[in-house]
Ligand binder design. Sequence first.
Ligand code: DAU
Length: 333
Amino acid sequence: MQILVCGGAGFMGSHFIKYILEKYPDYMLVNFDKLTYAGNLENLKEVENNKRYKFVKGDICDASEVDRVVRENKIDTIVNYAAETHVDRSVMDPSAFLKTNIFGSYNLLEATKKFDLKKMVQVSTDEVFGSIDSGKFREDSPFEPNSPYSAAKAGGDLLCRSYFVTFQTPVVVTHSCNFYGSNQYPEKLIPLFVTNLLEGKKVPVYGDGKQVREWIYTEDHCNAIDVILHKAKAGSVYNIGSGDEIENIEITKLILEYLGYDEKMIEYVKDRPGHDKRYALDANKLKNELGWEAKVNFRDGLKKTVDWYRENEDWWKKIKDGSYLEYYKKQYN
Ligand code: DAU
């Protein structure tokens, strides 16, 4: 396969590239990334000289750049990790979210159609379904996105559906729960809290901290996309969930414990506007049809993640930027 990994310099894209290069010795991967604040080529240091890997700086919102990278590298498959992903940023300024998550997805669908590619995998989120108090979202649950971020992702996903129905474009959409692991930009809950504590700072828990998220470790997610890439039928949709549901405050306490702090380091701050209470995915379709199941238990994965940030201060100290958090606090507190 000749795979174009869009957003390959980001957290999950870079894990996926390393995973595929190691597992499939005859695959060629092109990392197509705009290098926004969350893209970091240091995530790919160990593969940068690999002859089957290439980096091309570019933006999925630019159709001519997308066409060129597909044509010049004889790409036959696209995996789209490129997205604006951070909910709080989308509350402050939705425009980049609409461009990348909707228009960017459209350009990739157009390229998949025009160059007659074998498959496109659209990596998306459980947030398109909105919030659920009990039970779990299935692949056919209605879209009820609550943030500009999730509304933009829903728009991209619906375009995928329309391209399959109208043009038979071979696209597969995935809805994943929250990712965690090494190399995640320190703005998301886990890396933000771990790095704050490593800096001796408090951790800002939104509202009462009783919101529930379902968490999947990097390796498990790479494995799920691998299975979907090779086995899923065109036009299909899969939830990727681990079943590991946990309240934010419980995660916070676990991180405090691992790093030897007490609850005085918690600062309860005003809630995120439109904050979804709970996400939970029914991932039985992926298990029953393609035989995939998550393997990493949340507490084991969290410990590994905390250790990685503890041992890799150089990686996060260079890129951590508290300025938007200050701005966010001023605007909503
Ligand atoms: O569910 C999948 C989604 O998970 C992805 O689609 C998104 O791209 C990804 O950002 C993530 O969204 P969340 O909003 O769930 O992730 P975040 O790490 O921002 O927040 C996790 C929970 O922790 C959420 O309930 C908000 C809360 N939180 C977050 C931050 C950054 C806090 O209490 N304090 C914080 O400072």
